[in-house]
Design a protein around this ligand. Structure first.
Ligand SMILES: Nc1ncnc2c1ncn2[C@@H]1O[C@@H]2COP(=O)(O)O[C@H]2[C@H]1O
Length: 232
């Protein structure tokens, strides 16, 4: 067989060879997709074309078998994405969390993440953390208001979309402030220890949490700067 460049270029005039190139080009294009759905869709089209190419034009049963497995795995992954996206219903607090997440984070990892949490209602005056004491939970506020104080000074007012306990979660140290519920509040609580164990085993879960915390830390910092810049 001649593998020279001129031979390769001559082959481009042959529709069967062109079809072979097309199947690989599709696979590479699929790898360039940022959306998981498009990546899987193009991988399925590429895999199916390759099955046809290898079965009817090159006649290579081993490749046909593995390309078929490749296609089936991608179809299953697509079905799972659609299941989590359209079929699975989140409850109100979980929905609030899911809607805050960027589109790039796939719903199945959000689902796995939320499965580790417990939705809880908190009454006014309840302390979620106390400055200088250990923090058991990382808590996502879905509804309500929480004030954050340190050394008797008000640092921040937190509300829906904010986390409480992320600093101790990230540093492994005691609470930097006292967080107290102001209005009836609904939260999703995650036991910090359990969460550490879970993200150590599951990279997608870790990314989901990091994305959520990073976004909120940036938001808190922006608000804190705005408060500091206020006259008086
Ligand atoms: N300046 C701040 N702005 C918003 N939230 C804060 C601020 N300081 C502390 N917190 C929150 O209060 C929590 C107290 O416990 P942690 O230190 O674990 O995590 C802290 C944050 O969630």
């Amino acid at each position: 067989m001649d593998f020279s460049l001129p031979e390769l270029l001559r082959g481009l005039s042959n529709p069967v060879t062109l079809f072979g190139h097309f199947t690989y080009a599709l696979l590479i294009i699929s790898m360039l997709m940022r959306s998981m759905v498009w990546l899987r869709v193009l991988a399925v089209v590429s895999g199916s074309c390759k099955v046809i190419y290898r079965a009817f034009f090159l006649v290579d049963p081993v490749s046909v078998f593995w390309e078929a497995i490749f296609t089936i795995v991608n179809i299953i992954q697509l079905i799972l994405i659609w299941y989590y996206q359209y079929r699975h219903r989140f409850d109100a607090e979980e929905k609030h969390f899911a809607e805050q997440m960027p589109r790039g984070i796939d719903r199945s990892s959000i689902r796995r993440f939320l499965a580790l949490g417990t939705v809880t209602a908190l009454d006014p005056d309840m302390e979620m953390t106390r400055q200088g004491q250990a923090v058991a939970d990382l808590t996502y506020i879905a509804e309500g208001i929480v004030k954050v104080e340190a050394d008797g000074k008000l640092l921040a007012i937190c509300g829906p979309g904010d986390w409480i306990g992320e600093l101790s979660f990230l540093s492994g140290r005691e609470a930097t402030a006292t967080a107290t519920v102001v209005k009836p509040t609904r939260v999703i609580r995650f036991n910090q220890q359990r969460l550490h164990t879970a993200i150590a085993r599951d990279a997608a879960l870790r990314r989901t949490l990091e994305t959520a915390l990073n976004r909120n830390l940036a938001g808190k910092l922006t608000r804190s700067n705005a408060m500091g810049a206020m006259p008086g």
